[in-house]
Ligand binder design. Structure first.
Ligand SMILES: O=P(O)(O)OC[C@H]1O[C@H](O[C@H]2O[C@H](CO)[C@@H](O)[C@H](O)[C@H]2O)[C@H](O)[C@@H](O)[C@@H]1O
Length: 259
């Protein structure tokens, strides 16, 4: 018996009845509970298996869309390259299949990345306790677990540093501030994937500010289903609370596609 809100259950039933669906999900905070050390994140039990079941149904495409870089996302999710689940890393910049996300990696981007890492390393040197995560198309300053004032000062210093740089983008998240060197977002990536595979409708689950870029381009009036996980302002049409709900959503879609 599902604890999901009846309106969400109905929306998922209608969505899953389409011939060609795209099921998209964020990773951290949705598939994987938030933890202090990002290298130890792990999907909730049963979630990847349930995604595999959705992906196995005719006409369904499954994608994990994350701020993680692609190699890290593959490692942490445990999804192999030969599996029929699309991984999209670096906030849309790194799809695991050829997709036009409108941005290209070039020498200038590589130069920007070096500058970004240097700038954040300086912030870390001045704000003990903060950590830098190096990624393929950016770098992130982490403050999870730190005193609020100290964390806020460090984040402000990182924002100041980013504003001195050319061709970079500030991406704010939960206890993290990323400086990206490519201009991509999850909404554009999801729409590009939907066009590529011919999906009629998209369901997307996310918990963070970067996920709002996806929710914004998926109106319920067109049959899309947007689901915010946890508290906070959102433009998503539905809200669920925790990992158990995330699993219930995937399982409802898998079961509807199977029947
Ligand atoms: O788009 P997502 O899959 O949600 O990735 C967003 C960021 O997730 C990671 O940071 C967050 O999760 C960490 C592990 O639970 C947590 O320690 C941190 O406070 C969170 O912000 C990841 O480290 C970032 O690179 C992603 O951009």
């Amino acid at each position: 018996m599902s604890n999901l809100d009846p309106a969400l259950q109905q929306a998922l039933t209608t969505y899953a009845a389409h011939d060609r669906i795209l099921y998209g999900t964020d990773f951290d905070g949705v598939l994987a509970p938030l933890v202090l050390d990002p290298s130890t994140s792990s999907p909730i039990d049963g979630s990847v298996q349930a995604l595999r079941e959705v992906a196995a149904s005719d006409g369904a495409t499954v994608a994990i869309v994350s701020g993680r870089d692609l190699a890290t996302l593959r490692h942490l999710s445990g999804i192999a390259e030969d599996e029929p689940i699309v991984l999209i890393g670096s906030h849309g910049a790194q799809p695991s299949i050829p997709l036009d996300t409108g941005e290209v990696w070039d020498d200038a981007a590589a130069d920007r990345l070096h500058t970004v890492v240097d700038a954040l390393e300086q912030v870390v040197a001045q704000h003990p306790g903060t950590r830098v995560e190096r990624k393929a198309a950016g770098a992130a300053l982490h403050t999870r677990g730190m005193d609020g004032d100290v964390a806020n000062e460090a984040i402000a210093a990182a924002e100041d540093a980013a504003r001195q740089l050319v061709g970079v983008h500030i991406i704010a998240g939960k206890n993290v501030l990323e400086i990206g060197v490519l201009d991509t977002n999850k909404g554009a990536a999801l729409r590009a994937l939907a066009d590529h595979v011919g999906s009629q409708v998209i369901c997307y689950l996310g918990d963070d500010r970067t996920d709002e870029r996806a929710f914004e381009v998926l109106p319920a009036s067109a049959g899309h289903v947007t689901i915010k996980v946890g508290a906070g302002d959102t433009v998503a049409a539905h809200r669920i609370h925790d990992s158990a709900d995330v699993l219930a959503v995937i399982r409802q879609v898998a079961s509807a596609r199977d029947s």
